[in-house]
Design a protein around this ligand. Structure first.
Ligand code: IPM
Ligand code: MG
Length: 368
């Protein structure tokens, strides 16, 4: 029974960083006797160019059948004029929605070797290890009504709807409480309950769930603006943060920069466990398609590689193999090897492929 993966490289730097994951998968099959079966597909602008849509039904079907999907990045200036349903991002949103990937785990970990790459003072970020759990299939990203209306008097109106139900809030909060238990046992829930009804409901439901099932976890609440501020003031106060789709999008980019570069942050998007205990899952770096550096072998492949490490852990229960890849990344960073985004004085600048070569060699060493 092969472990099945669907790789969706997407746009911009996507194909370059995904190539390095493919090599890493081959490495696991060859060196560790694993049996990953890989299929590739198109998403985003690449799919628009080939098929006229950001995701085809055939690719959607494949995504629903495999054990895990790995996606690199979508979007770029070429497709910016399109309507929302036709844009590259719509392909990613369709995957998230139809796979029902409601829990998005975005860990922000500062590796010792990169403490100085952060724009924040070393003492603020050293040893940082936090996890943002972002709700991923609800809120303003999917709420109805939405659209741009012509009011007929020379004015137009843009509309989006922020909406959450009890069950949507509870299922993502449950994931966050469970994660907190396995970590520092602290959960901070973030919303804008001072101005938004959906935020007030969020707070009430999290409190109710805490009381019912997770009273042992230390729970706090923070308004999302204050949370943005505290993330740069004193990020180490956080263990797990749970928040909605939009605030999670913003707070996770901010958290990424604590680690030195958005090129370092992986993510896992998980659905509910099925009858067989398996969750649908998609793994992607937090960074985007970076069209400005695409095709130049200059991107940082680490966020994509660490996303695959998350797949090893969460979809395949291969904790040791995940740790092997993560350790190799850390060891290579310790040697001073740096892609442009994390380059610092006195370090050795390298390309996407050389970074991956070096990580694979380190994996050879660690596993021999
Ligand atoms: C992310 C991205 C996406 C989002 C875009 C590409 C649709 O910014 O995964 O954080 O807004 O969710
Ligand atoms: Mg984002």
């Amino acid at each position: 029974m092969a472990r099945s993966l669907l790789l969706l490289p997407g746009d911009g730097i996507g194909p370059e960083v995904m190539r390095q994951v493919r090599r890493t998968i081959d490495w696991y099959n060859r060196r560790r006797g694993l049996d990953f079966g890989v299929e590739e597909g198109l998403v985003g602008g690449a799919s628009i160019d080939a098929h006229g849509a950001p995701l085809t039904d055939a690719t959607m079907d494949k995504a629903l059948k495999v054990d895990a999907v790995l996606l690199a990045a979508v979007g770029g200036p070429k497709w910016e004029g399109l309507t929302f349903e036709k844009r590259p991002e719509a392909g990613l949103l369709r995957l998230r929605k139809e796979m029902d990937l409601f829990a998005n785990l975005r860990p922000a970990v500062v590796f010792d070797a990169l403490v100085d790459a952060s724009t924040l003072k070393p003492e603020i970020v050293r040893g940082l290890d936090l996890m943002i759990v972002r709700e991923l299939t609800g809120g303003v990203y999917f709420g109805e009504p939405r659209g741009i209306e012509d009011l007929g008097n020379g004015e137009r109106r843009g509309i989006n709807t922020q909406v959450y139900t009890t069950s949507e809030i509870k299922r993502v909060a449950r994931v966050a409480f469970e994660l907190a238990r396995k970590r520092g046992n602290k959960l901070c829930s973030s919303e804008k309950s001072n101005v938004m009804e959906s935020g007030l409901l969020w707070r009430q439901e999290v409190i109710a769930l805490h009381k019912a099932d997770y009273a042992d976890v230390e729970l706090s609440h923070m308004l999302a603006d204050a949370c943005a501020m505290q993330l740069v003031r004193n990020p180490k106060q956080f263990d797990v943060i749970v928040t909605d789709n939009l605030f999670g999008d913003i707070l996770s980019d901010e958290a990424a920069m604590l680690t030195g570069s958005i090129g370092m942050l992986p993510s896992a998007s998980l659905g509910a466990a099925g009858a067989d205990g398996k969750r649908k899952a998609l793994y992607e770096p937090v960074h985007g398609s970076a069209p400005d550096i695409a095709g130049r072998d200059a991107a940082n492949p680490i966020a994509m590689l660490l996303s695959f490490a998350m797949a090893l852990r969460w979809s395949f229960d291969l904790e040791d193999e995940a740790v092997l890849l993560e350790t190799a990344v850390q060891n290579v960073l310790k040697t001073g090897m740096r892609t442009a985004d994390i380059m610092q004085p006195g370090m050795a600048k390298c390309s996407t492929s050389v970074m991956a070569d070096t990580i694979l060699r380190e994996m050879d060493k660690l596993s021999s």
